[in-house]
Design a protein around this ligand. Structure first.
Ligand code: ZN
Length: 162
């Protein structure tokens, strides 16, 4: 599009300002930051008011403004998604490190490897070994659940902790 907006420039979209400085509407999800070229000030308008800000200029200006605003909102939402994904991956990694380093998991892994060498020649001995393995395994599982809660991990990520 070769048409340039004469009266304002779309700078971006933000969720830091939630009130439209044009109509005063509050509790908006986000606002469009626009540079008013006439007044040389940055304003935060709701997307409807932002799209209408150039309405006295021309139809092309209004169309372009709408498109620019749409693009900015899209770019913002994409960045926000990536940021959330980043945060989640970091939380999973931290939780995984904490679980892998926990005494509870170490005790369970040691118990399993020790139990290979234990005398399980009778049913009673074998049963006692398995029961103790389960008891220690449950302690490790409780620890894992505690860490999942601590890091606020959503359901379905428990397998990624090991
Ligand atoms: Zn408004």
């Amino acid at each position: 599009m070769s048409y340039e907006l004469k009266n304002f420039k779309v700078l971006g979209y933000t969720t830091d300002f939630n009130k439209c400085e044009c109509c005063g509407k509050e509790d908006l999800k986000g606002t469009v930051s626009i540079l008013d070229l006439i007044g040389d000030i940055v304003l935060h308008f709701g997307s409807t008011c932002a799209a209408n800000a150039n309405k006295y200029d021309s139809i092309e200006a209004a169309k372009l403004a709408k498109q620019l605003i749409k693009d900015e909102i899209k770019a913002f939402e994409k960045a926000q998604k990536l940021y959330k994904l980043d945060c989640l991956n970091k939380a999973i990694q931290d939780a995984r490190n904490e679980y892998q380093e926990s005494e509870e998991l170490k005790a369970y892994n040691k118990r399993i490897s020790d139990s290979y060498d234990m005398d399980n020649s009778t049913y009673e001995l074998h049963r006692a070994i398995v029961q103790e393995n389960i008891r220690i395994g449950n302690i490790a599982r409780d620890k894992k659940n505690e860490i999942i809660l601590k890091y606020n991990l959503p359901d379905g990520f428990s397998y990624r902790l090991g």
